[in-house]
Write a protein that binds this ligand. Sequence first.
Ligand code: ZN
Length: 171
Amino acid sequence: MAILEIVQAGHPVLRELARPLSPEEVASKELARLIDDMRETMRAAPGVGLAAPQIGIGVQLAVIEDPATVPDDDARARDRDKVPFHVIINPRLTIEEGEPAVFFEGCLSVDGWCAKVARARCVRVDALDEHGRPVTIRARGWYARILQHEIDHLNGMLYIDRMDTRTFQAV
Ligand code: ZN
């Protein structure tokens, strides 16, 4: 396994629409290896999500894992629970509840900064897992925020496109 380099805002791959993975690609050894490397890269960063464009590869793949190692009060305020490691491939996002939650958010590709971002509290994601099986994820709270953030990456968007610009600050 390898720790991959995370590209920073300004790199064009972060602004491109990532292409979907084919069933053959999903079943390939190369993809399994890439997922292993992305997991290690996310954990080393550390982060709670990593999308393929962030390591310079414009495909619709992201890894997510939230150990939720924050104080209880913070976790409660953010509706944040542990999320086990998993993969989303070719995801489709549906907003299930419009009422947004506003919290500070950061990104491994905008290193050293954070800002307040409004995100939907409840989402549904239809995607493929790492075995190419269709999965439907219903998520709320912080997990819903992570999914929205990672799927934005696959659409060439960064949180700085959605942030309250006056709250942008160094971490
Ligand atoms: Zn990010």
